[in-house]
Design a protein around this ligand. Structure first.
Ligand code: FE2
Length: 238
């Protein structure tokens, strides 16, 4: 037989209400885990010798993880983030504070970065249409790489170099500071869909290359996943 208790305030709460209260207290925390750190799409040593294992482990497991955690912490202030795709967030980033811009950008940029690199044997070559567009726009693949590396070296401090498809479906090379990217609706950003991006933060190369950003950029071309870059190009041109 159930007993009725009305002697103390605690007794006035039914077990079901108590459970609901506990769930309500827990759910905001669960909902805050909207964004997650995907595992690297290959082992952390797969890009050796061009990008060393320890750099990959720290870069992904600490730096990228911190962007994800810090972004999730912003969901309390901006509940709409919980149902927003990462890409949509970038396109309306001007609505949000600097924490969302830096960490949301950091999450998007690093997701892209891991996937536009690949282990040996899985890197492929630029697809036919992409290569023809590169030649038409920059003169040759080598000229495009040279222009891209100039953007990477010319970025003062931390940031990214990008190959993008502009809104009028043209290839362009640009760079952004910090964790900004070409999807962001910001006044100083050349807008477009990124199909290739190079992280030129020191955390991306300092252990192996120290201050030699140019050497890092040159060697990085060896690990570019042209299959994925081509897929992104084809999708952006549709
Ligand atoms: Fe990074």
């Amino acid at each position: 037989m159930p007993t009725t208790c009305t002697l103390t305030p605690a007794c006035a709460i039914s077990p079901r209400a108590l459970l609901a209260g506990m769930l309500a207290a827990l759910l905001p925390g669960l909902a805050a885990a909207q964004f997650t750190l995907a595992p690297l799409p290959y082992p952390s040593h797969a890009l050796e010798p061009h990008i060393d294992t320890m750099t990959m482990e720290i870069h992904h497991g600490r730096h990228h993880a911190a962007y994800v955690n810090n972004l999730n912490a912003q969901i309390k202030q901006y509940p709409e983030l919980a149902t927003m795709s990462l890409e949509d967030m970038q396109k309306q980033i001007s609505r949000f504070n600097m924490a969302v811009r830096n960490n949301g950008g950091g999450h998007y940029n690093h997701d892209l970065f891991w996937n536009i690199m690949a282990p040996e044997g899985q890197r492929g070559q630029p697809g036919e249409a992409l290569l023809a567009d590169i030649v038409k726009t920059f003169g040759s693949l080598a000229d495009m790489k040279k222009r891209f590396d100039q953007a990477a070296l010319g970025r003062f401090g931390s940031g990214w170099a990008w190959l993008i498809v502009t809104p009028d479906k043209k290839l362009a090379i640009t760079s952004t500071p910090n964790q900004d990217n070409p999807l962001m609706d910001l006044p100083d950003v050349q807008r477009g869909t990124p199909i290739l991006g190079l992280d030129v933060w020191e955390h991306a190369y300092y252990l192996k290359y120290q201050n030699k950003r140019g050497e890092y950029a040159t060697n990085w071309w060896n690990v570019v996943n042209w299959n994925e870059v081509t897929r992104r190009y084809d999708a952006a041109m549709k």
